[in-house]
Design a protein around this ligand. Sequence first.
Ligand code: CP
Length: 326
Amino acid sequence: MNIDHEYRTDISSGWNRKHILGLQDLSRDELNIILNQASEFKRLAAIGETKLTPLAGTVVANLFFEPSTRTRISFGLAAKRLSADTVDFSASGSSLSKGESFVDTAKTIEAMGVSYVVVRHKTPGAPQLLAQHLDANILNAGDGTHEHPTQALLDIFTIREHFGKIEGLTVTLVGDILHSRVARSNIWGLKKLGAHVIVCGPTTLIPSEISKLGVEVSSNLDDVLPRTDCLNLLRIQFERQRGHYFPSIREYAHLFGMNKQRINKAKENVLILAPGPINRGVEITPDVADGPHSIILGQVSNGLIIRMACLYLLHLQRTASLGTPG
Ligand code: CP
């Protein structure tokens, strides 16, 4: 089979965006192009076609200025599956400690022949800054509390794969909405694709203006659980919090943690997602995390093909803009 030909279907026609910085920027059509391209890569993987060649001869740089397990490894593997060379940067041990700026560091790495830059940074807007200063195509791998577009795309892909649709589903995001880039990206993406989105958590962890995004707001998980199709359990972002938002972890787990008793009150086919890393016993008990409703490891697997799709689409844009064959 000529795989190079097979994956260049018309799925990607209509894509001309240079960067993927957030789901706020993307249209419904663009979201569907990414999701459909990911489906195509998943289909190819299922028939054993795991090593594809479109990015051969290009370099993808992973610039992680914050810790990561899932995003970093899956972007690295996605690039390799598409035959790109990869370079990995970690802030610790770099020349940042000698006073080099963020942009100068990125430009230095770009000068080694890098075409695609994956960046995670604690500062909201850091990927946009690189998009302004570099020629490379930029992929946001999480910027502070702002957006984490590929996490939301893999969440949405996983939900769509399970239910066969997004339109009309009720998705409840539970927990630390205030500090969650995953929540923001999920809200933009899910709303554009026609889901009803509920945000649920302690009132102190829900931004006051969030209802302007068209979401329902609740502080009572037991109230919203019976009409929820998917629960996305967000981690309490202790590292971003600058105060006490609830009296104790025990109380949080009692009010907002997903456990066996709550599963019994939920829809029979409720789907449990968590972007991870998970705090077992806080937002989810181990029996639920490892139980039949949980799709947490499936999300991780889908992260790989979502990131392949994103890299591939940016590659198509790049080659088209340079006038070279994709
Ligand atoms: N969900 C997520 O972004 O996980 P990592 O921090 O491990 O990349």
